[in-house]
Design a protein around this ligand. Structure first.
Ligand code: ZN
Length: 305
């Protein structure tokens, strides 16, 4: 995972002083400047700029229309999309930001969090679960339930942890010895646990993951790690299967990749929509597995009857 920078108000004061200096260079001799603050991060940024320039020239007044402003201010230049957007609609108006990720090496590969972006996810989930307990007719103050909301919040942080992981980082490290190996590599019966996105109910089972390398192989444990990255998100079984196969194709560039998943869905079984114990099977075949019938048959035969 990339580095996380929690910015402090003191840092922001320094960055705002930098912006004020750049403005004086851009607009020499001006006693007043008008600012358009990009929603939403530009708004707190503009107030910090007003505070650090209070009593100095140029004084800064706000405009709600970017076409009427001397300059545009945002909290951060990240991908540059916002900068390009305003460059298109107001091409002559300079664009400033407290933090420019493209220019500041320190921030280049990191996730920058401003003081007004701090989120208490665990606290928010706890409140939601307390409300849910009340709504289903329970008493959240009952002894057995007292710790339940915070336990559920912690559990969901794990069950949703895959959103914060870039699958390419899992497959980044290659093992030596892959240059000459061109047979099918399969890891069988990898257990997984996920949640369906329609009911937030668990679905779980096993996966067979295989690929035919094309010069690159990864450690076998990486395949189950890759499965976890996608399983720890809200899913439907078909997409989980597809995402694992496509991630292998994208990042490992094998001759082919194949993923087969068998799972039981509590949302269906517990409500009698499907017989208990019945499994749903999904297969996704990519590359040579689609054209080479022998490879396909070998892979699909692994689960047995
Ligand atoms: Zn469901």
């Amino acid at each position: 995972m990339s580095k996380v920078h929690h910015l402090k108000f003191n840092d922001l004061t320094l960055y705002a002083e930098g912006v004020a200096k750049a403005l004086r260079q851009q607009f020499p001799g001006r006693t007043q400047l008008t600012c358009f603050a990009v929603p939403r991060g530009g708004v707190p940024a503009s107030y910090i700029l007003k505070i650090v320039t209070a009593g100095q020239e140029p004084s800064i007044t706000m405009r709600s229309n970017p076409h009427q402003a001397d300059f545009i201010l945002d909290d951060i230049i990240d991908s540059g999309d916002t900068l390009r957007h305003y460059d298109n609609i107001c091409p002559t108006t300079p664009f400033y930001a407290l933090v420019n990720k493209q220019r500041t090496e320190e921030f280049a590969d990191s996730w920058v969090i401003f003081p007004w972006e701090h989120q208490d996810v665990e606290g928010d989930i706890t409140v939601t679960v307390t409300r849910l307990l009340q709504q289903i007719g329970e008493n959240p103050k009952r002894g057995g339930l007292l710790e339940t909301p915070s336990r559920v919040a912690k559990a969901w942080q794990h069950w949703s942890s895959g959103y914060n992981v870039d699958p390419s980082t899992v497959l980044k490290e290659f093992e030596d010895g892959g240059e000459t190996y061109d047979e099918m590599i399969v890891v069988k019966d990898i257990p997984f646990y996920s949640h369906c996105e329609h009911h937030l109910a668990p679905f779980f089972g096993t996966a067979n993951i295989g690929y035919i390398p094309n010069g690159k192989i990864v450690g076998l444990s990486k395949l189950s790690r890759l499965l976890d990255v996608f399983a720890n998100r809200l899913q439907v079984q078909e997409r989980l299967t597809t995402q694992v196969a496509d991630a292998l194709m994208d990042h490992l560039k094998p001759r082919g990749a194949a993923v087969s998943i068998r799972a039981r869905h509590l949302c269906m079984e517990s409500r009698g929509i499907k017989r208990q114990g019945s499994e749903t099977v999904t297969n996704v075949l990519r590359g040579v597995f689609r054209t080479d019938t022998a490879a396909r048959a070998e892979f699909l035969g692994l689960f047995g009857p």
